[in-house]
Design a protein around this ligand. Structure first.
Ligand code: PLP
Length: 400
């Protein structure tokens, strides 16, 4: 007996639990399309060449392992805000960005949520329906009430823009709106530039506070600049916002936990004070961030040649995903020409949001050994050319 006998088993995580089940499957056909992690055509994890190069340089420089400041590595923070807003951004030049290096996207969102709980008491966080599953945990666990806004229209497998605008207009003044900067997870559906402009209008009119989650910069279009359109545009319009950035996907630094939480504000003094309070929060959670991944980022971004190399590798990864997207589409059309499969190629980023029901997803796993989240999301980053036909057959079998 234990004094903790009353503790119930927590449910498996809807995304990482899929990888655990995949590992237990002994079938030779098994395919892990659950977690959003890039794999090679041979379905192996991929370490970017430019990351290895940066690590070699770091080893040669024989750097120490002293604590970083609470706010993180200065060169990393500079590179990170410049990547987001552009190196010539007036917001950066005027010292109006409060940037704290944190534990990848998740930890950055968490510090942002804790800041909201502490300094914006009563503010409700609006998240898209659907969204990345962890958003709900993050806000709930920090004591920030969350509600959903309409985002996805299953009929068109596209954006429910009118529903989204109506819900934002109805949100209480001062609410936080969580927005995916690009490559919306899980739907792969992003607003157009014109739609972002209207979203900004409502945010200004209703005095809402955007909180961008930028986990896929470079993965939507293959261009770092294009994928940062929304936050750059909001900054140009002097909208104050928070933003969580991650290097898990675009630099493949999943396990290094490299990212940042920033507030982009209209006053440099406010930015200083906000940074000091985010440091206060981080100090009591993990004290200071890890150095290794931050050094990789600052090596890569700080060196012109390596930066170009990174862009090339990002383009290669985004290109491989686009290619399997097309091959999956072709295979589906060939097998079932009377169905509209255009959503497969219309969606962007790492995922395909299929509209499959939980029962159909279970069939994919139990019968075909294809592992995916039960919201109908397939990670195309884990698909190879040679498996497209197998996947298409399984999808058609499961949907019919
Ligand atoms: N936000 C979104 C929308 C994501 O899809 C992910 C990862 O899948 C993250 C944040 C955070 O990932 P990490 O904590 O590895 O940076």
């Amino acid at each position: 007996a234990s004094r903790l006998d009353g503790v119930e088993m927590a449910p498996p995580d809807p995304i990482l639990g899929v990888s655990e089940a995949f590992k237990r499957d002994t079938s030779a056909d098994k395919l892990n399309l659950g977690v959003g992690a890039y794999r090679t055509e041979e379905l192996q994890p991929y370490v970017l060449k430019v990351v290895r190069k940066a690590e070699e340089r770091m080893l040669a420089a024989n750097e120490n392992k002293e604590y970083l400041p609470i706010e993180g590595l200065a060169s990393f923070r500079k590179a990170t805000v410049e990547l987001l807003l552009g190196a010539d951004s007036p917001t950066i030049k005027e010292g109006r960005v409060a940037c704290l290096q944190s534990l990848s996207g998740t930890g950055s969102l968490r510090i942002g949520a804790a800041f909201i709980a502490k300094f914006m008491p009563g503010a409700v966080a609006f998240i898209s329906r659907p969204t990345w599953g962890n958003h709900k945990n993050i806000f709930a666990d920090t004591g920030v009430e969350w509600r959903e806004y309409s985002y996805f229209d299953p009929e068109t497998i596209g954006l429910d823009f009118e529903g989204m605008i109506a819900d934002l207009e109805a949100a209480p003044e001062g609410s936080v709106v969580v927005l995916h900067g690009c490559a919306h997870n899980p739907t792969g559906v992003d607003p157009t530039k014109e739609q972002w402009a209207k979203i900004a209008d409502v945010i200004i009119a209703k005095n809402l506070v955007p909180f961008f989650d930028v986990a896929y910069q470079g993965f939507a279009t293959g261009s770092l600049e294009e994928d940062a359109f929304a936050p750059r545009y909001f900054a140009e319009r002097s909208i104050e916002f928070a933003v969580a950035q991650s290097y898990s996907k675009n630099l493949g630094l999943y396990a290094e936990r490299v990212g940042a939480i920033s507030w982009v504000l209209n006053d440099a003094g406010a930015a200083d004070r906000v940074l000091s309070q985010m440091k206060r929060i981080a100090r009591a959670v993990y004290s200071n961030p890890p150095v290794h991944g931050a050094r990789i980022v600052s090596e890569v971004v700080g060196n012109e040649e390596m930066f170009e190399e990174w862009k090339g590798e990002m383009d290669m990864m985004a290109g491989r995903i686009k290619a399997v997207r097309q091959e999956l589409y072709d295979a589906l059309v060939k097998l079932e020409p009377n169905k509209d499969w255009s959503f497969v190629t219309k969606q962007i980023g790492m995922f395909s949001f299929t509209g499959m029901s939980p029962a159909q997803c279970d069939n994919m796993t139990n019968k075909h050994h294809i592992y995916m989240t039960r919201d109908g999301r397939l990670s195309l980053a884990g698909l190879s050319s040679s498996k497209c036909q197998y996947l298409a057959e399984a999808m058609i079998d499961s949907i019919d």
